[in-house]
Design a protein around this ligand. Structure first.
Ligand code: HH2
Length: 282
């Protein structure tokens, strides 16, 4: 039975409704062009606006993982992420740190991060122990290969089955290391070493990932699969992103990682109103 709550550091998040995780990039080269670099004041301002618009979590990232992105050293990541975590501790929502490096995780957790969002699903040596030693939640994401090369001829016989098996294995490893089930989220990793057909299969059959027994997170916001479907550049994918988030929620996602909080929140409000209408009318 999938947990109805996520134990997330200082917080306990009710997952009876889909929650929004707002993307806060303290990078210079994110694919969506929204990186704030090391401008802490701009990061705080964006965080404040996201919370005002209804973000339930903030996801702070200092390494772009877009295909072909330049790798960032752990020291550089720490220098960008930690001041942001410290500055946003009072934001009123859980702070997630998007990193795949154990060294950065340890620093982020020591600075008070409530969640680690790892596109490498805690495969870096020491990563699983770093999270196990804390009270933080963890998002275990599937990625095939490395960001630099992951879009070079990815192939699956059955993406949903193979990615599901990988996530099941990583959740098992996390549990064995002492991370409780109610601290774990699984994410199929849209766009990370996947063809368009794989991404569509995952979105359509997201329920199969939820069947593993953990709440599911999904990040589709502004991604290139939406560009492939609409022919639109990254700055014009709002409608497609909202549609994709809504489909993910419909198919079982409990955490949606988004750039555009207000628009996604509105779409979810319509869905929730329809969902709950008539509940008291039998
Ligand atoms: N996608 C990106 C980064 N982190 N984390 C999770 N859990 N799921 C995702 O789908 C996901 C993620 C995309 O990477 P990046 O190029 O850094 O761009 P942005 O952070 O603007 O989405």
């Amino acid at each position: 039975m999938t947990a109805k709550f996520l134990a997330c550091g200082r917080f306990r998040i009710d997952l009876s409704h889909p929650r929004l995780m707002a993307i806060l990039n303290v990078t210079e080269d994110s694919f969506s062009g929204d990186g704030l670099g090391a401008d802490l004041r701009a990061a705080c301002e964006r965080a404040r606006r996201c919370v005002e618009e209804g973000a339930d979590l903030l996801d702070i990232g200092a390494e772009s993982t877009r295909p072909g992105a330049r790798p960032v050293s752990a020291a550089e990541e720490i220098a960008r992420v930690i001041p942001a975590v410290e500055a946003l501790r009072g934001a009123g929502v859980p702070l997630s740190v998007d990193t795949r490096h154990a060294e950065v995780m340890r620093a982020a957790l020591a600075a008070g991060a409530d969640m680690i969002n790892d596109v490498a699903a805690l495969r870096d040596p020491g990563a699983i122990q770093a999270v196990a030693a804390s009270r933080a939640a963890v998002c275990l994401m599937h990625m095939r290969g490395e960001p630099a090369t992951m879009q070079e001829r990815p192939h699956y016989d059955d993406a949903v089955v193979e990615i599901g098996a990988f996530l099941r294995g990583r959740a098992q490893a996390a549990r064995e290391a002492g991370i409780d089930a109610d601290r774990i989220l699984l994410d199929p990793g849209f766009g990370f070493g996947k063809r368009l057909e794989d991404n569509l299969a995952l979105l359509k059959r997201l329920g199969r990932i939820a069947d593993i027994g953990y709440p599911v997170a999904a990040g589709l916001s502004r991604k290139s699969m939406l560009g492939a479907l609409t022919g639109r550049p990254v700055g014009e994918r709002l409608a497609a992103s909202v549609a994709a988030a809504l489909i993910a929620a419909e198919n079982g996602a409990r955490v949606l990682r988004v750039h555009d909080v207000a628009a996604t929140r509105d779409a979810l409000a319509v869905r929730e109103a329809v969902d709950s209408w008539g509940e008291d009318r039998g």
